[in-house]
Design a binder for this molecule. Structure first.
Ligand code: NDP
Length: 460
């Protein structure tokens, strides 16, 4: 008789938990996954996947405009938000089924309900209890809204995916990935968007040229970007046409809108899980603290993905799930490379980035060479759209290695994915230069840049 009911019980069937559980089950482990909400987690249900579908939807508006320069006359257009939501919901339901099949097909059991740890080996779900040799916490994160008067009137990205209608004017608060992406989505679908960010320039942590280029392009499209702008309070009143909101700003101004969305970061889901009963330590932000083998302060309890609040990206969570399953049930010595993780912001135009920002590279290497190019993509010579792509390479002068690559422009995410492989291989600027371009593409600019940007004058 085995000592425990399961070899592994996973809390949370998101990107991290599903990968770890199904791989562990395929290796022969007896696995159960407890999930209280939806299979596939944030990414599938209220994150990456529906967001990207919305981005496609939003892009059609400007594609119709751009078509005219190529000879097309596009007839009357009408956008039906309910149809987008309905089709998106059907696709997500299909994906929920795929995730169920993946888990069950691998031999893992899905337990529906909210899990609570009773001790280091026991999980309660409703009236039932289950024991496991190892427990994996992969409960993810949840949007956080600051304590501003009227916070009960605002929505987060969770609700944005299920709105019944698209209001004419939308205020978005925040300056990170989600705020910028939804500003582009709502604007592209026809709403007037006002984005408020508390600092001088949004996307803090990204390369400064990226931040400036994106702000310029979003501004040109007609998104009302207001930096150094903080919300004092939000009031709601009901009218015959639905709710209206007044957003009062710290500078005394006020904005009227049909919807207020906060995208001000996400917090790990660790409350109410019984972590304290099991002795699992969390940090001051509520994130589970793990070592390099994703072990918590309790050796048989592991944690991966957004609940550890490190690099909160789906592919990182998936890589951690795979690596942990390998480590526990089929050791291969492979781990997760946290350096050089590429990412994209699906703004309009999109951002793609890998490696260090210019400021980080200067701080780390001292002497760096910067190659920067800003140009109008070929498509827009005929579309007439006033859009500039910005591409940038950052090179460590001493070793000639390319240490950062950044882009704002069409297909930036698709382009940077390939460049990220080159950076993993330690590519030098000379190797970029020796690579033949594909003509005519935007991406070829990365192998054609020869002129260094002037070095900034030394301070003082
Ligand atoms: P981010 O952490 O990216 O950004 C949060 C934003 O909210 C920042 O601009 C921050 O400002 C601002 N903010 C934080 N607290 C307050 C406050 N009290 N008042 C006003 N503004 C505030 O969070 P997101 O919610 O955009 O996204 C969460 C995470 O999800 C991302 O960091 C990313 O890891 C992941 N994600 C990835 C995507 C992708 O890969 N394309 C897409 C969506 C999400 P400041 O900079 O001044 O602190």
């Amino acid at each position: 008789m085995p000592k425990f009911d399961y070899d592994l019980i996973t809390l949370g069937a998101g990107s991290a938990g599903v990968r770890a559980s199904r791989v562990a089950a395929r290796y022969g482990a007896r696995v159960a996954v407890v999930e209280e909400r939806y299979l596939g987690g944030t990414c599938v249900n209220v994150g990456c996947v529906p967001k990207k579908l919305f981005v496609y939807a939003a892009h059609f508006g400007e594609d119709f405009d751009d078509a005219a320069g190529f000879g097309w006359t596009v007839g009357g257009r009408d956008f039906a938000w309910p149809r987008l939501i309905e089709n998106k919901n059907a696709e997500i339901a299909r994906l929920n089924g795929v995730y169920r099949d993946l888990l069950e097909g691998a031999g893992a059991r899905i337990i529906e309900g909210r899990a609570r740890l009773l001790d280091a080996h026991t999980v309660a779900v409703g009236e039932d209890t289950y024991t496991a040799e190892r427990i994996l916490v992969a409960t993810g994160g949840w949007p956080a809204v600051p304590d501003v008067p009227g916070r009960e009137h605002v929505i987060t990205s969770n609700e944005a995916f299920f709105l019944e209608s698209l209001p004419g004017t939308i205020v978005i608060v925040g300056g990170g990935y989600i705020a910028v992406e939804f500003a582009g989505i709502f604007h592209g679908l026809g709403a007037r968007v006002i984005q408020l960010y508390r600092g001088p320039l949004f996307l803090r942590g990204f390369d400064d040229d990226v931040r400036q280029a994106l702000a310029r392009e979003m501004g040109k499209r007609g998104i009302d970007l207001r930096f150094d702008s903080s919300v004092e309070s939000i009031e709601r009143r009901d009218t015959g046409d639905g709710p209206r909101f007044t957003v009062t700003l710290a500078d005394g101004g006020a904005i009227e809108a049909g919807l207020v969305m906060y995208a001000t970061g996400r917090r790990p889901i660790t409350k109410g899980l019984g972590l304290e009963d099991a002795g699992v330590a969390v940090n001051e932000k509520g994130a589970i603290v793990v070592d390099e083998e994703w072990r918590t302060s309790v050796p048989n309890i592991h944690a991966i993905g957004d609940v550890t609040d490190r690099i909160n990206l789906t592919p990182v969570a998936v890589a951690e799930g795979q690596a942990l399953a390998d480590l526990l049930f089929n050791p291969s010595g492979r781990s997760v490379g946290y350096d050089g993780v590429p990412s994209a912001v699906f703004s309009q135009p999109p951002v793609g980035t890998v490696g260090l920002t210019e400021a980080e590279a200067r701080a780390r290497y001292g002497a760096v060479d910067v190659y920067r190019s800003t140009f109008r993509p070929l498509k827009h010579t005929l579309s007439g759209r006033d859009e500039q792509a910005m591409m940038k390479l950052i090179v460590d002068s001493r070793s000639d290695r390319v240490v950062g690559v950044h882009m704002v422009g069409p297909d930036a995410g698709e382009i940077i994915q390939g460049i990220a492989v080159a950076l993993k291989c330690g590519a030098t600027k000379a190797q970029f230069d020796a690579t033949i371009g594909i003509h005519p593409t935007t991406a070829e600019e990365f192998v054609l840049m020869r002129e260094k940007a002037p070095r900034p004058a030394p301070a003082g």
